[in-house]
Design a protein around this ligand. Structure first.
Ligand SMILES: Cc1ncc(COP(=O)(O)O)c(C=O)c1O
Length: 458
């Protein structure tokens, strides 16, 4: 396959109109901002595009740069803006709370803290009705792992290859991409099992057979690398940073049964898949007919507020009562107000149903593009949690990393923001705020068609 640049066909569809007018931007220029970042902020931060994009305002599914140019956001602040940028109901709830009481901690009573925990319990399978609140998904996963070790008395943890569970020293041990891992990572009791993704499995067979063989790999890990007992099995129902990969429906069922037979608890990392994003179900794990012992969540619960949580059973949650446990901002009334408003909006505005319908249109359109462009090796995911894997050759599946960047850049030039992921950064991540419209989907598909035409000819 040769990669050449051709004259792309003109875009047929305009970006749908939007009645929001951004405020005139009067702050530091883009160049000044970039220079300050380079001089004063940590050197590990990165930007997505060759020419970094400056974003100064957001409104629902749209973002605005400092010149007032509008972009359709199909990456949602890395799958975080669930109901829309600056959603009026969420803004109002936060504003009202912040001018009433910003902070006091859980050493005093405030209704928002138990109200959000109660609301979350109403969305969970029966029994998972106790919540610890944290500030980030990494912290939530750390806490779930700590509780599972205390509860079971075991230390070993099984995670999956190609997983991302966070960047704290503990959760980095769960994460399974060399690109994110530092040689300083501390958690040596985590073992990474083969990923059940049928597209890149080392096993042959149907997706269901691959799922079962992948579970056998967990069995081998437990037999060879642990004392025969584990504390936990942790898994994203659909891998996010890994590129929307997931196993066949039998995978989680069989993996959970094995983990439990080995003394472990099951953790569903719903940081990206929760809150209706997979369309058919509120939680990602529900698509696979399993009930976890912990649900960890972040991102979409706050629509941009630094809010995360671990939901579990009371008997498990009680393991932390043997010592003092405290989190300064866990339960913060402003974050709780944001979470309460987000959960209301999801219900009131049919957000999950929209994720299902728009997701179906988007996936159908992406599959159509796959028919036109051999560079698209795989289209996968559920609802508005979709991945498009680019390969240089469908036979060898050699990752088309450079082309993924070119598609990203071309889409940005046309006004569409998408993400990328996977170990080789060759997977386009299409995960918009869940308030997008059918017209947005049509525009995005046209932009992507144009982008693929401009980066590859066969
Ligand atoms: C599935 C998953 N788990 C955990 C995390 C870590 O969340 P945070 O960045 O809030 O610590 C992420 C972040 O991208 C994630 O995608």
């Amino acid at each position: 396959m040769t990669m050449t640049t051709t004259a792309p066909a003109p875009v047929r569809v305009d970006m749908p109109p939007c009645d929001h007018t951004p405020r005139p931007y009067t702050g530091p220029s883009r160049d000044e901002t970039l220079a300050m970042r380079r001089q004063y902020t940590n050197p590990t931060i990165f930007t997505l595009y060759h020419e970094p994009l400056m974003i100064v305002e957001g409104y629902m599914q749209y973002l605005f740069d400092e010149t007032g140019r509008r972009y359709l956001d199909f990456f949602a602040g890395i799958v975080t803006v669930s109901v829309g940028h600056c959603h009026p109901k969420v803004v109002k709830a936060v504003q009202t709370q912040v001018e009433t009481l910003q902070h006091a901690t859980t050493i005093y009573l405030h209704p928002n803290f138990p109200l959000l925990a109660k609301k979350l319990a109403s969305k969970m399978p029966k029994g998972l009705d106790v919540t610890y609140f944290t500030n980030s998904g990494s912290e939530a996963n750390d806490l779930a792992i700590m509780m599972s070790r205390l509860y079971t008395g075991n230390t070993d943890v099984i995670a999956l290859r190609n997983a991302y569970h966070g960047g704290s020293p503990g959760s980095l041990g769960l994460t399974s991409h060399n690109t994110w891992k530092f040689p300083a990572t501390g958690d040596g009791r985590v073992h990474h099992a083969v990923n059940p993704d049928p597209y890149r499995s080392p096993f042959a067979g149907t997706p269901e057979q691959i799922a079962t063989k992948s579970v056998e790999d967990i069995r081998d890990l437990i037999r060879y690398s642990t004392p025969g007992k584990i504390a936990a099995f942790i898994c994203e129902p659909i891998q996010g940073v890994g590129g929307a990969t997931h196993g066949a429906p039998n995978y989680l069922r069989e993996a959970y049964a094995l983990a439990r037979a080995s003394g472990g608890l099951c953790i569903a990392d719903e940081v990206q898949t929760g809150f209706g994003r997979t369309g058919e179900q509120y939680w990602g794990f529900e698509n696979f007919d399993v009930v976890p012992d912990f649900v960890t969540m972040a991102k979409g619960i706050g629509n941009g507020a630094p809010l995360a949580a671990v939901a579990t059973r009371m008997d498990i949650a009680k393991t932390l009562t043997q010592r003092l446990h405290f989190n300064t901002f866990g339960g913060n009334p402003v974050s709780m107000a944001a979470g309460l408003a987000v959960l209301d909006v999801i219900d009131e505005e049919g957000i999950q149903e929209n994720a299902r319908e728009r997701g179906r249109e988007l996936k159908t359109g992406l599959a159509r593009l796959q028919g036109s462009y051999p560079i698209i090796g795989d289209v996968r995911g559920m609802g508005l949690m979709l991945g498009v894997e680019l390969v240089r050759d469908r036979g060898t599946k050699e990752p088309a990393k450079a082309a993924a960047l070119d598609v990203l850049e071309s889409a940005r030039e046309q006004g569409l923001l998408i993400g990328k992921g996977g170990l080789d950064a060759n997977i386009l991540r299409v995960k918009p705020p869940m308030c997008i419209t059918a017209a947005d989907v049509e525009f995005a598909l046209d932009v992507l068609d144009h982008a693929f035409a401009s980066v590859a000819s066969f």
